[in-house]
Design a protein around this ligand. Structure first.
Ligand code: SAH
Length: 233
């Protein structure tokens, strides 16, 4: 049984042609990308590193890490976003970047301990068994390497901000992008990471200010948040 929800994959497939439109449905990913890229780079120095980007979609993060000198393999199970990612990398003439249609679990079985960094951003909340993806990410990382995750908290505030606010009021995301029951508490994500043999290094919150229409990293993990983990040597 593959750990994926076909409806979720289809949702991303339908919007794939819009992936690189900075003002389209994926605008929030474009807006948060410089923040998460700098945060990852600041902790793990991506230049010259091998990176697996799990659930890479159209490649916004994967391509930006390759531009900074990383050797990146992006994987996803939705084929249209992958095609868009491939085409974009080709047109932008970015090297050190490859894409494959593969699950996290299957890549982990094939290439355990072979990546300096694993990134898995805005993906876990779309998967039936997120803990299994976290385990796969932990398996993929070399001892001493880093794993980065981001997702959305499961609490009343996150429901109001991430679903009612972002999808219905501000219309930052298409309706139905997120399902509340799939949101993940930071404590759950940290537990899955530890159970997979990772050390929790740092949590960061990501806040959206509707007045300035900008995101920023903060200490507030109550809605969108990121987690950096290390694999012990
Ligand atoms: N990580 C990218 C894209 C986030 S959108 C970024 O942050 O910029 C979520 C992506 O997860 C979509 O491309 C979707 O196809 C992918 N996805 C959903 N379920 C998946 C699964 N089980 N395995 C791999 N990718 C999955």
């Amino acid at each position: 049984m593959i750990n994926a929800d076909p409806l979720e994959l289809a949702k991303f497939g339908e919007l794939a042609h819009r992936w690189w439109d900075p003002d389209g449905e994926f605008r929030p990913l474009h807006q948060i990308n410089p923040l998460r890229l700098d945060w990852i780079d600041g902790l793990a120095r991506v230049a010259g590193k091998t990176v697996a980007d799990i659930g890479c979609g159209g490649g916004i993060l994967a391509e930006s890490m390759a531009r900074r000198g990383a050797d990146v393999l992006g994987i996803d199970l939705s084929s249209k976003p992958l095609k868009v990612a491939q085409l974009h990398a080709l047109e932008a003439e970015v090297g050190g970047l490859a894409y494959r249609e593969q699950s996290a679990e299957s890549l982990a079985a094939e290439r355990p301990g072979q990546f300096d960094l694993v990134t898995c951003m805005e993906m876990l909340e779309h998967v039936p068994e997120p803990a299994s993806v976290v385990r796969a990410c932990a398996t993929l990382v070399k001892p001493g390497g880093w794993a980065f995750f981001s997702t959305i908290h499961r609490n009343a505030k996150a429901f109001v901000m991430a679903i009612v606010g972002a999808e219905h009021v501000l219309k930052l995301l298409p309706k139905g992008t997120h399902e509340y029951a799939r949101f993940i508490r930071p404590s759950e994500l940290a537990r899955w990471a530890r159970e997979a043999g990772l050390e929790v290094a740092q949590f960061k919150g990501m806040e959206y200010n509707p007045l300035t229409q900008r995101y920023r990293l903060s200490a507030d993990t109550s809605v969108n948040y990121l987690l950096a983990c290390r694999k012990p040597t």
